[in-house]
Write a protein that binds this ligand. Structure first.
Ligand SMILES: Nc1ncnc2c1ncn2[C@@H]1O[C@H](COP(=O)(O)OP(=O)(O)OP(=O)(O)O)[C@@H](O)[C@H]1O
Ligand SMILES: O=C(O)C1=C[C@@H](O)[C@@H](O)[C@H](O)C1
Ligand SMILES: [Mg+2]
Length: 168
């Protein structure tokens, strides 16, 4: 079985995914890290060289490869991954999806302290610009994130809630 974590940049997919995988004895794969290792380029370089459109193609290919090459895994997706092509349909077809629903203010605080330069879509933005970018992006992406099989709010004991929900 595959458990896909979806949500905005900074919502904690990588952090929670790693903890959850360890706790339930699944492999853990971070989709962004997988693409970076495969391409030998940072996310910022990939955006600079091929544009966002090329990155989205690589992201879709990577999703397909992961599902083909693993039996079960926790997969932390990139923030935009479920929102391009029919990726959310693909994700829900191959496993369970969990949306990490975190308020904009909390995301902004985490992303400001955690290096915007690694995330090309956020580079060079002031705090106010970051907040409006996040709010606009969420407004558009909500329709995809809301198709997750399960939604977790920021305040929950997330590993325990997911385990309980999946009977693991
Ligand atoms: N539950 C939490 N409480 C407080 N801080 C957290 C929590 N989860 C993650 N963080 C912090 O928020 C930042 C972003 O977390 P993380 O990299 O896991 O997010 P992400 O969803 O994988 O983002 P991206 O889509 O950009 O890969 C990190 O600095 C991390 O330490
Ligand atoms: O929200 C997004 O569109 C992104 C999130 C990151 O995980 C990376 O996949 C990349 O920086 C794009
Ligand atoms: Mg991540």
């Amino acid at each position: 079985m595959f458990i896909f974590l979806i949500g905005m940049m900074g919502s904690g997919k990588t952090t929670l995914g790693r903890q959850l995988a360890q706790e339930i004895g699944y492999a853990f794969v971070d989709l962004d890290a997988y693409i970076v290792a495969q391409q030998g380029r940072s996310i910022a370089q990939l955006f600079a060289e091929g544009g966002e459109a090329r990155f989205r193609e690589l992201e879709r290919q990577a999703l397909e490869e992961l599902v083909e090459n693993h039996g079960q895994a926790v997969i932390a997706t990139g923030g935009g991954a479920p929102c391009f092509f029919d990726n959310i349909g693909f994700i829900n077809h191959h496993g369970q999806s969990v949306f990490l629903d975190v308020p904009v203010e909390v995301l902004a605080n985490r992303l400001i302290t955690q290096g915007q330069e690694q995330r090309p879509l956020l580079a060079g933005k002031s705090r106010a610009e970051l907040i409006s970018y996040l709010a606009e992006t969420i407004a558009h992406r909500k329709q995809f994130y809301e198709r997750a099989s399960y939604t977790l709010s920021a305040s929950e004991q997330r590993v325990q809630s997911i385990k309980k929900w999946l009977n693991l």
